[in-house]
Design a protein around this ligand. Sequence first.
Ligand SMILES: Cc1cc2nc3c(=O)[nH]c(=O)nc-3n(C[C@H](O)[C@H](O)[C@H](O)COP(=O)(O)O)c2cc1C
Length: 254
Amino acid sequence: MDRRIKIVAICGSPRKGNTFDILKMIEQSNPEIDFKILMLSEVHLKDCLACYSCINNGEMSCPLNDDRDMIIKEMKDANATIFASPTYSRTISALMKKFVERTSYLAHRPIFFGKYALALTTCAGFGGDLTCTYLKENFTQCGFKFLPSVVIMVATKSQTETDHNRKKAIQAYGKLVRAIQAQEDIKPSFGQLVYFNILKSISELNKLKGWADYEFYKDKNDFYYDIKIPIVKNKLARWIAAREIKKMIANKKG
Ligand SMILES: Cc1cc2nc3c(=O)[nH]c(=O)nc-3n(C[C@H](O)[C@H](O)[C@H](O)COP(=O)(O)O)c2cc1C
């Protein structure tokens, strides 16, 4: 059996430029890892039509026939995913945004628990942190456990600065590999607990229209998978979720 660590990097740049170069450097830093770079510019991914089929009726009902499921399979087969996007206009690239939209059903029905992730960006100087925060927040909702992000400034003043930035990327990658090797149990964060309770409640309120979510949540109790949650933590998460749902309902009426 192949026991090598597998890592997939989803690259949101339209070209094999700075972001790709950093991913290549990371790949070459550890030849033991089964590392794959998926260029979103080279796969077939259509624009989301906003038909809500994936969210309401299940992802299989998406009318777009393209490489979405191939990418998801790569991520499922891997121990970790690196979400790499250049910073364009202070956020992720349009290509990466398309991928986020096409996988938005995963924020409703997350499947990536037990998997690590890293957000990585290259930028000239501003907005890299926003890019990484966006990637982290979005894909945490899909179940990933993120390690500290990597922001690489490409407009450096010296070779020393360039080398320092590259070292930062290799160090963050090393941490990711060690986290996978340690095989620690990844515990749900409090935010994930609250989010679970919000989505479970919504799935019940919306069960006629959104049966895919309803089916997904109906037999789940405290979290997405069986895990003992401390009573007080669980009660607090449920209470906050109930308060958020109340607010949402009030806003809808108003
Ligand atoms: C359309 C566009 C918008 C950009 N916006 C920003 C920005 O807001 N902040 C920044 O620091 N760099 C910005 N840049 C510079 C890129 O982030 C930087 O050159 C990056 O390394 C490009 O990565 P790539 O070669 O993988 O595409 C922008 C570049 C482009 C093409």
